[in-house]
Design a protein around this ligand. Structure first.
Ligand SMILES: NC(=O)c1ccc[n+]([C@@H]2O[C@H](COP(=O)([O-])OP(=O)(O)OC[C@H]3O[C@@H](n4cnc5c(N)ncnc54)[C@H](O)[C@@H]3O)[C@@H](O)[C@H]2O)c1
Length: 361
């Protein structure tokens, strides 16, 4: 992203009403702070945070903006909240986002991810003023051939595990509503622009989710334990959380101003590839000590081994580019946790990371 795109973001959201689902989660908490900095009025709709140490509680969000702890599967409550707030923007992040959990709870995963998205899309049909909505899916929506080519937005959708498959279903839903109700050809009749954002594995300070690589690394390093790494040879598009969030804000601004729609990939540059093992090695070197092992026998359910995104459409049409390499993202992330451990506040650390991102020349 260059200065012009940063300026577009800065000028678009001031005083605007933003309905944010998933605001009690990792990405939602970072996005809330950014929207607050931009001068937007945020209404958050999510399940309540589960732990005292969750970012939402660390950041005292209950005192900072209006929120409702409720379920996106509750069609009536969800619709009422959206219509009462009457937003200019919607960012839909609420989801069951974990692959391994989805193997244990497939129906819940489909209900939350697919029905929750359908409830939102259907409610939007009743909105009466201009609104841009960005639906956050994932890089895992592609039918994964485990090949060395990065996936483009027009590649076949799929999903081996229930989580990936549920997010691919969301893409089909969004496409159908985009054609049937929010077609750009008659934008003036509905005033709604919807897009989906497919980003890769994000890392950043304050994520404490179970079964995610960086929180697992930090928990082990803090306790002086050996890190257990299940799939050290897997390749993922690692990014600092700021990168996709900047992309969502840019896509929101472009959707609102120019009604760009459709699906968009956001990931690292094609030559910026790291395996899980390389990520762990780099994290250990930044932390200063630690080591990792790989379990002899891996009984875990299937997870994709190789996954890369082609970001040329976003680069060309949105002028969006990643600002950090994967290694820089790891450094920022591990330093966040180190500083937090030494007493810095989550609020201050996130604000610093956002300011640094905005000030890159
Ligand atoms: N973290 C990643 O690496 C990553 C990568 C690609 C895509 N994503 C997507 O980004 C989004 C945010 O992910 P995250 O990492 O912040 O996840 P998270 O688990 O930290 O947060 C999930 C949020 O969704 C809310 N939620 C879950 N079920 C709900 C329900 N039934 N009703 C209302 N709210 C509900 C939770 O309360 C929470 O606010 C998700 O859609 C996820 O699939 C995440």
């Amino acid at each position: 992203m260059k200065k012009a795109e940063i300026n577009l973001i800065q000028s678009t959201y001031r005083g605007k009403k933003v309905f944010l689902t998933g605001h009690t989660g990792f990405k939602g908490s970072w996005l809330s702070i950014w929207l607050e900095k931009l001068g937007a009025e945020v209404f958050g709709y999510s399940l309540a945070p589960e732990n005292d140490y969750d970012l939402y509680n660390q950041l005292n969000f209950s005192d900072r903006h209006t929120s409702l702890f409720a379920d996106i599967r509750d069609k009536k409550k969800f619709e009422k909240s959206i219509l009462n707030f009457n937003p200019d923007f919607i960012f839909h992040l609420a989801a069951q986002p974990l692959v391994r959990y989805s193997y244990q709870h497939p129906v819940e995963t489909y209900e939350t991810n697919v029905i929750g998205t359908a409830n939102l899309l259907n409610s939007m049909r009743k909105l009466t003023k201009k609104c841009a909505a960005i639906f956050i899916t994932t890089d895992k929506v592609y039918h994964n051939n485990e090949w060395e080519y990065p996936y483009r937005e027009n590649d076949r959708l799929g999903g081996y595990d229930p989580y990936s498959s549920s997010k691919a279903c969301c893409e089909l839903l969004i496409d159908s509503f985009s054609n049937s109700y929010f077609n750009n050809a008659n934008f003036k009749e509905h005033n709604i622009s919807i897009s989906s954002a497919r980003a890769g594995n994000v890392i950043g300070g304050g994520d404490w989710a179970a079964d995610r690589i960086v929180p697992d690394i930090v928990r082990a390093l803090k306790e002086g334990q050996t890190i257990e790494v299940r799939n050290p040879h897997s390749v993922r598009p690692w990014q600092h959380v700021i990168e996709p969030l900047g992309a969502y804000l840019l896509l929101g601004a472009r959707s609102y101003n120019d009604h760009v729609g459709g699906a968009w990939n956001f990931g690292p540059n094609a030559n910026d590839i790291l395996t899980v093992g390389e990520l762990v090695d780099h994290a250990i070197s930044i932390w200063g000590e630690g080591d990792y092992t790989t379990p002899q026998k891996n009984d875990d359910p299937h997870e994709a081994g190789l996954l890369m995104l082609d970001i040329s459409k976003s680069q060309r049409k949105l002028n969006w580019n990643p600002r950090y390499s994967s290694k820089q993202a790891i450094e920022m992330t591990i330093n966040w946790y180190k500083n937090f451990k030494e007493g810095a506040s989550a609020n201050e650390l996130i604000k610093n990371d956002i300011d640094n991102y905005l000030n890159i020349k």
